[in-house]
Design a protein around this ligand. Structure first.
Ligand code: CMP
Length: 139
């Protein structure tokens, strides 16, 4: 079944000028881009977006980092997109990510892990809505 997911290219990957390479890999892997925008989140934006991690010890550094520079937010579509995309990007910690995945190739630590991806259908819906309205998604 065709499905949507949400992804963000994180600040270090944007400042490292890897946007083009990361998007090229995403497209070559068969994910269709349905919406895309570049945005510099405020600290409050990042705190709201990552509210699910509020109690975690890394919440402060995560939200500070994610609001430290622009990110590229995208909606992707594919069969079983959420799971397929998580497999495609590799494990959260780039050190554990399989060779050839974008987190392994462009990430350097669990915080600087190149991209964010939704972890399930409810999260995907909420994260897409956080950045995009219905009319931002191409048909
Ligand atoms: P992401 O997919 O954006 O979702 C939550 C993020 O929290 C995750 O990627 C990591 O970048 C970050 N994260 C998870 N665990 C840790 C940790 N132990 N220390 C710092 N950041 C973390």
């Amino acid at each position: 079944m065709s499905e949507l997911t949400f992804t963000m290219i994180k600040p270090e990957c944007v400042s490292g000028k890897h946007i083009g390479e990361v998007i090229a890999r995403i497209e070559k892997a068969g994910f269709a881009i349905k919406a895309l925008r570049m945005v510099h989140m405020t600290r409050k934006d990042a705190e709201t977006f990552y509210a699910v991690h509020k109690e975690r010890p890394f919440y402060g550094e995560l939200t500070e980092y994610m609001s430290s520079g622009p990110v590229v937010a995208m909606v992707l579509e594919k069969e079983n997109c959420i799971k397929a995309y998580r497999e495609f990007i590799g494990a959260t910690n780039p050190k554990d990510a399989a060779p050839g995945t974008i987190r392994r190739d462009f990430g350097s630590s669990i915080q600087f892990n190149c991209v964010h991806a939704s972890d399930g259908p409810d999260t995907a819906r909420a994260e897409i809505k956080f950045f995009f309205s219905d009319r931002d998604l191409v048909g």
